[in-house]
Design a protein. Structure first.
Length: 147
């Protein structure tokens, strides 16, 4: 995602003005906070009904629902991310990508973890040495097909 869209900027601005968190939208949309955030950043597609509910909650014009409900182009883009927090995920994959791949394939065989049939949760673990970020990624294993 090389540039934040005008729609994303409007939605984030309205969210900030309403002093809402992504988790605040969970009961409104029936979606996890990660998916809600992905909708804001145009990395996930809500239904038309969810788009209207989101825009109404943000007090934004519902005529933007069609744009919000269209299939987005996904991904960060071709460049290495420069935001420090996002870069750390990139760094984790650079360092642990092949080890993770080998461990997963030792346990499951030749295949991949789905990013479509997938869930992720972010939790906070308090620690006297500094709070910890706990990420749980849960993806369906998809074996490579042989024909």
């Amino acid at each position: 995602m090389s540039e934040i869209s005008a729609l994303t900027k409007q939605m984030l601005s309205a969210k900030k003005a309403k002093k809402m968190s992504f988790a605040d939208f969970e009961p409104i949309l029936g979606l996890d906070e990660i998916i809600v955030a992905a909708i804001f950043y145009r990395q996930a597609t809500p239904s038309m009904e969810q788009s209207c509910q989101l825009l109404e909650t943000l007090e934004l014009p519902t005529d933007m629902a069609e744009e919000l409900s269209t299939y987005p182009s996904k991904g960060l883009g071709p460049v290495v991310p420069t935001d420090p927090l996002i870069y750390r995920f990139y760094e984790i994959i650079q360092v642990y990508g092949y080890p993770l791949k080998d461990v997963i394939q030792e346990k499951f065989g030749d295949g991949i973890m789905s990013a479509i049939d997938f869930t992720m949760h972010v939790d906070k673990q308090e620690d006297p040495k500094g709070d910890r970020v706990v990420l749980t990624m849960n993806g369906k294993f998809l074996p490579y097909k042989k024909w």
